[in-house]
Design a binder for this molecule. Structure first.
Ligand code: SF4
Length: 331
């Protein structure tokens, strides 16, 4: 499959222009797993047009924070597809400092989708119970929100689009930043694919989420109460746990060593056993090898969804287990 067959803007003309303008001779490409298959075609096209050597990252690429640090170190420019840069100063944790320094060498190619979102937004109206709705999207569809807002207004809905001070666009959400969904409204309409973002928004805002997928035109409803209940159950089960593995991702954008050490120290103070476990890539095989009662995730929040069977708690959830935080204060 060629990149032309995908409904995304790969911005190849802009990429080639930037390479020529900057006189870059060695280029890195980083794409999410689902799009790696188009990387050889893109590399050939760029190389033919600019004469630059192009190196494709074979490593995983989970999000905006996940810049291939080693590759960035050996190329003149790194093109990172599928995400936007994190706004300077927005994130303040240990990992974000590394990301901000790496971003200087990176050009983000947002992969805006060319799919018409209006059919699925129109379909979603029937699922909206309240009068007012907050409108959010992943970066691939964020440019369509203005148009979607007008359509929803014509259909009698009051629409609010919020803005995160950590992200580039109005209405944009990231798996670890749902601030733009915190607006005064009855429900949230999410435009995008998958359940990771809408489930996170439901947990964070406590609101009912209508998830509208422009690619499949499917509508999915996520109820915050049911999702929050699952997290409370996970915490409750961990109250009996005696041993914890505190996970540290060595991916530069998810590296939160200070937080992990602080949590372990608090666990020891409570008479629990806790180990710090660092790894490049957190995987099922690795977690299976550790016989602990539960894990604590200091990396990407997606881990709790991907490895739910391993009893993975967020840092805040673990603080509830330690008696350092109230149940009401985890979202
Ligand atoms: S921590 Fe996870 S959700 Fe946040 S930017 Fe990184 S990959 Fe995306």
């Amino acid at each position: 499959m060629n990149w032309n067959d995908y409904p995304y803007d790969f911005e190849l003309e802009r990429i080639k222009r930037l390479i020529k303008e900057r006189g870059a001779r060695r280029i890195g490409l980083q794409l999410p797993a689902g799009l790696k298959r188009v990387a050889p075609g893109i590399a050939t096209d760029i190389s033919d047009a600019t004469g630059a050597d192009v190196i494709i990252s074979g490593n995983s690429c989970y999000g905006a924070c996940d810049i291939d640090e080693k590759l960035a170190g050996i190329v003149d420019m790194l093109f990172h597809f599928g995400h936007t840069e994190l706004k300077k100063g927005g994130f303040t944790n240990e990992a974000s400092k590394i990301v901000y320094s790496l971003q200087k060498k990176v050009v983000f190619i947002e992969l805006r989708s060319s799919v018409d979102v209006m059919p699925v937004v129109e379909k979603a109206v029937a699922a909206i119970k309240g009068n007012s709705v907050g409108l959010v999207a992943t970066v691939q569809h964020v440019h369509t929100l203005g148009e979607a807002k007008k359509m929803l207004a014509r259909m009698g809905k009051e629409v609010v689009i919020g803005k995160s001070n950590k992200l580039k666009y109005e209405g944009q959400v990231l798996g670890c930043d749902f601030s733009s969904a915190v607006v005064s409204c009855d429900e949230i309409l999410f435009v995008g694919s998958g359940t990771f973002h809408p489930a996170g928004i439901a947990l964070y805002t406590g609101k009912r989420i209508i998830a509208a997928d422009p690619f499949t035109t499917q509508i999915n409803i996520l109820e915050a109460d049911a999702l929050r209940k699952k997290r409370y159950l996970a915490i409750e089960k961990a109250l009996d746990a005696k041993s914890f593995g505190i996970l540290i991702s060595m991916k530069s954008g998810q590296f939160n060593l200070g937080k992990a050490i602080a949590l372990r120290s608090k666990a020891l103070d409570k008479g629990l056993t806790a180990f710090l476990i660092a790894m490049d890539e957190i995987s099922e095989e690795i977690l299976l090898g550790f016989k602990v009662d539960a894990f604590v995730n200091t990396a990407c929040p997606r881990l709790a969804e991907d490895f739910g069977q391993f009893k993975v708690l967020s840092c805040k959830e673990f603080e509830v287990v330690l008696g350092e935080r109230s149940w009401e204060d985890i979202f």
